[in-house]
Design a protein around this ligand. Sequence first.
Ligand code: ADP
Ligand code: MG
Length: 384
Amino acid sequence: MRARPPLPDVIDAHKIIVVCGTGGVGKTTISAALALGAALRGKRALVLTIDPAKRLANALGIDGRLNEITPIDLDAIRHDEPKKTGHLDAMMLDSKRTWDEVVCRFSQDEETRDRILTNAYYQRAAGTLAGSQEYMAMEKLLQVHQSGDYDLIVLDTPPTRNALDFLEAPSRMIAVLQEGILRWLIPREGRFSSARAGIILFGKGQQALFRLFERFTGAEVLSGIAEFMGAFAQLLDGMRSRASDVLNLLRSDQVAFVLVASPRRLALAETSHFHERLSEGGVAVRGLVINRVRPPLALRGHADVPEAASEALPKRIDDLEWNAMVDEVWTTYQHERARQLAEAQVTEELERQFGRGPAWVEVPEKEAAIHNLETLTMLLPHLQ
Ligand SMILES: Nc1ncnc2c1ncn2[C@@H]1O[C@H](COP(=O)(O)OP(=O)(O)O)[C@@H](O)[C@H]1O
Ligand SMILES: [Mg+2]
């Protein structure tokens, strides 16, 4: 049977690693660990992260430093290999700031730029438009990639339920903006419907925001929106060509997608769905990280549970209590065993689905919280 490629080989053969997976599986944690591993192998690595847990962001020193490249001091964990030249930067993405940068870049003149940036409607809307987080992540990715400052960029993806949201959302957002602007500028019934504009712009879920605008004096808000839309129309061509540049880049062989999956049975359907949608979109998964695998229940070599329990339990204890405790241990053991078998079945099912093409690693569930460089380092041996 063909051997799977080792994960570090897959990583080192690409310039960009997109870490995807359903919400809460550990994308942000694994992204940081992958970038850290590459830095320790001597690469100039950057992790672009979206929503790091507060404590991890704190530990990396990026908490509150939105859209800023922040060097991570690796000396504390690199004492045995001081000669390696790699380094790690991290950046926490912020949609609103990236929006501002986009406006600055694509505005044809200063006046347009200022009209948009100072528009109250824009200030509230930027970052809230459906798909804008994905667009901005791509925007930033392209920027740092083109800077040539990095050997490896690890991109943590926003928490989406649908695998392709990340790829499709930007162009959908632009299409929606364009459609919104057209309808806005050329109202069908000769008059503007703010309710319809709300749906066009924000989708059904975020109309509350739009209603908020409506509460302001009508005419003022409407003219503000009209101005924003008019000015914004000029940006769209630039944004559209950027979005297609990123799509081309993401589909190129410089990029590898790594899927983080959970071994829990309940999560299997989501992972399979994610995988299917990625394949439909022409995206091959190059690495699979099964995260938070619970380590096998170790009875220190004892096949015989009552005997193991009797060693572990205090000696002076009456029979009744002893029996109750052995029962307890036995039940726990059975329970854990069933859980382990269920996880093994999920893993087998994933192996069947993904075949031997992608790199495959299993990362155990760590007891300690993963919130600093030392604990992140503990994940590295499992990502080999
Ligand atoms: N292997 C692991 N062992 C223990 N905790 C983990 C592990 N991987 C992730 N976590 C924890 O799970 C939580 C969610 O992880 P996170 O990386 O933020 O997920 P996501 O980005 O997919 O939403 C975090 O608190 C993180 O510390
Ligand atoms: Mg995350």
